[in-house]
Design a protein around this ligand. Structure first.
Ligand code: GLC
Length: 657
């Protein structure tokens, strides 16, 4: 029973799914024009299937002038010619479906492009489009109010034909729709049905908590967006959308909702009741910034994990979390929260474990699975993002030094996430045969899919192992998250538990080794290490992995070889209590990585899902550690299965009875 005494969350495909976000312009260019396209996504479906993803969220593919790279839609029912045709899209739906992958579209309906036919009609006052947007007359010879837009400059633009200003929370090329008009809402519901009929499995809803506008007589010179979000009307309109379109359909819905608290999640995404399935939190993406995103604040692990844990515990039993560490608007997580130098691989794997092992639906942004990093283009001319370019221009106009601006851009520009996906060490990272629309990150020769695939210890194979693990262990999907040691300055640790017993995740999010004394109820409990980020993932977790080891009789030596002679973390071979046989020989005993766990005769042959199968018996039992403390290396990450609660610790010489 949950806090509220409500039933456990019901199972749903989208709660069990791994979602992969594709920014189509930057994913793969099949046509050779330098811009990624739908045929490019199609060409990489096998890759996505091998990674283990269940759903793909496509950033906008609709017809768009591209002022904000598709987040300014001029026709909701057409594919932008840069990306291909409707036939390409329909083929993509079919081919993805054949691989067990569902498509989720980006629904961008807080605003349209100013080149949308509705806006052309509206600016001329043509009925019924006259009030499709938010028009106001000027005040005292000036703007209707002093709000600024998210991308800089005022949130209002004057149109002489109407002698009025229209509201745009983003750029002037993105006029806000007037959701108070029922006809606008009906248009949105119709276009949603249009795509659902084409077989899409849900929507990510762009800035959806901004659709309900308050009175616009606010006197502050705030960023307008911040004055608008989470108005009760937004919630009401989403309820209406739910009734009109979403109800009864088995869809993934996730709202992009900047500025929300967990309490907002209880409403927008209340379990079994809310209009949406999930909302994206932003609080965990604000701990390293100051008053604006361009101003750095020191990244503090304690603060960060408190935010992460607070969301987890507050949502437990009330709303299903959406998990992400990066997307097309954010810097690369390994550069931001980890280390993109010496410890890049370890840090990217650690962040993968954090992303995939919390409770909720994980969203992996393209390139995260190979540990792609931020980019540091020397010149502003290499940048393409409207927000970045406006920030630079306004900064220069105010006389801010070039180096100061470029340092902020290197840290926070959205283009960090938008450089082309790095497929190979070949020309343009294998992204295009033409000239890419934005330069490739020069580190592609080292960081690319081809190299990662060939390296069993790569970030990519760690993702595959984690995904495979999550898929076979219900506790890692539905089990509650129990935070541990919230005040430890470096270690993020938590349990995931259900009736089958707890799992332990321990992550040292720092470049220095640390000792983590296990909290009392856990210390000394029998546990088996299932995965860590310093050794190859055991082939056991993912039979499709190219690591040339097959589990079976006489494979202990092979395992030892795979893990560099250090076999903790995988199954031992042989019956409980026996020394495992070497391949074709005898005596290849297990060893530990760090030597801190006291070891003893394995206690059972249960597999990671708690069930003892014939295969588990054949493979033998698991190596058991009873640690009191962990010595964790730089960015070391470990995942343990623990003995169920109530399993009493045996002292030396003490019998079971
Ligand atoms: C969302 C999108 C972002 C876009 C903005 C305006 O935040 O993720 O890319 O610029 O909305 O549509």
């Amino acid at each position: 029973m949950t806090m509220e005494g409500r039933a456990r969350p019901e199972r749903a495909w989208w709660k069990e799914a791994i979602v992969y976000q594709i920014y189509p312009r930057s994913f793969f260019d099949a046509s050779g024009d330098g811009v990624g396209d739908l045929a490019g996504v199609l060409a990489k479906l096998d890759y996505l299937q091998a990674l283990g993803v269940d759903a793909v969220w496509l950033s906008p593919i609709y017809r768009s002038p591209g002022a904000d790279h598709g987040y300014d839609v001029s026709d909701y029912r057409e594919i932008d010619p840069q990306f291909g045709t409707m036939a390409d899209f329909e083929r993509l739906v079919r081919e993805a479906d054949a691989r067990g992958i569902r498509l989720v579209l980006d629904l961008v309906v807080n605003h349209t492009s100013d080149e949308h036919p509705w806006f052309y009609a509206s600016r001329q006052g043509i009925v019924p489009y006259r009030d499709f947007y938010i028009w106001r007359t000027g005040k005292n010879g000036g703007l209707p109010n002093r709000w600024r837009s998210v991308f800089g400059g005022p949130a209002w633009t004057y149109v002489p034909e109407r002698n009025a200003y229209y509201l745009h929370l983003f750029s002037p090329k993105q006029p806000d729709l007037n959701w108070d008009l029922p006809a606008v809402r009906q248009e949105v519901y119709r276009l949603m049905r249009f795509w659902l009929e084409k077989g899409v499995a849900g929507f990510r809803m762009d800035v959806i908590n901004a659709i309900g506008k308050p009175e616009l007589d606010d006197e502050t010179d705030a960023v307008g967006f911040e004055r608008v979000i989470n108005h009760p009307k937004a919630f009401r309109y989403l309820e209406e959308m739910y009734e009109a379109v979403l109800k009864g359909a088995d869809l993934l819905t996730v709202g992009e909702t900047p500025g929300v608290t967990p309490e907002h999640a209880w409403r927008y995404a209340a379990l079994g009741r809310g209009p949406l399935g999930m909302i994206f939190p932003f609080e965990h993406m604000t701990v390293d910034i100051g008053a604006t995103k361009w101003e750095p604040a020191p990244f503090d692990v304690v603060r960060w994990k408190r935010v992460l844990f607070r969301w987890q515990t507050k949502l437990e039993g009330r709303a299903w979390p959406a998990l992400y560490l990066g997307n097309h608007d954010q810097p690369r997580p390994v550069s931001r929260f980890g280390d993109d130098g010496e410890y890049r691989v370890a840090a990217a794997k650690l962040l993968a474990a954090l992303l995939l092992l919390q409770k909720g639906t994980p969203f992996v942004y393209q390139g995260e699975e190979i540990g792609m990093t931020n980019v540091r283009f020397p010149s502003i001319d290499d940048y393409r993002d409207i927000e970045t370019l406006n920030f630079y221009r306004e900064g220069r106009e105010r006389g801010v030094a070039e180096e100061t601006l470029m340092a902020a851009i290197h840290r926070m520009s959205r283009d960090n996430a938008r450089t082309p996906m790095q497929w190979s060490a070949g020309k343009n990272a294998g992204f295009t045969s033409g000239t890419p629309w934005i330069r490739v990150n020069p580190n592609y020769r080292e960081i690319n899919v081809e190299a990662a695939w060939a390296d069993p210890e790569s970030v990519l194979h760690f993702y595959r192992a984690l995904i495979a693990l999550r898929k076979r262990v219900p506790a890692l999907v539905y089990g509650r998250l129990v935070p541990l040691c919230p005040d430890d300055p470096a270690v993020i640790a938590f349990l995931r538990e259900d009736e089958a017993g707890p799992w332990l995740v321990a992550l040292n999010l720092s470049p220095v080794p640390t000792t983590w004394p296990l909290p009392r109820p856990i210390a000394g409990r029998p546990m088996v290490r299932v995965l860590d980020n310093r050794h190859r993932p055991p082939a056991y977790w993912d039979p499709a992995t190219p690591i040339p080891v097959a589990w079976g009789d006489g494979e202990a030596a092979a395992f030892a070889e795979v893990c560099g002679g250090k076999a903790a973390g995988g199954p031992e071979i042989g019956a409980p209590g026996e020394r495992p046989p070497e391949r074709g020989g005898h005596g290849a005993g297990p060893s530990t990585f760090a030597g801190e766990g006291r070891r003893e005769t394995p206690v059972g042959a249960a597999g990671p899902d708690g069930k003892q199968t014939a295969a588990d018996v054949r493979r033998g039992s698991w190596e058991v550690e009873r640690p009191e403390a962990f010595r964790l290396g730089p960015y070391e990450a470990r995942v343990y299965r623990m003995a169920p609660p109530g399993h009493r610790r045996r002292r030396p010489g003490e019998g079971d009875g």
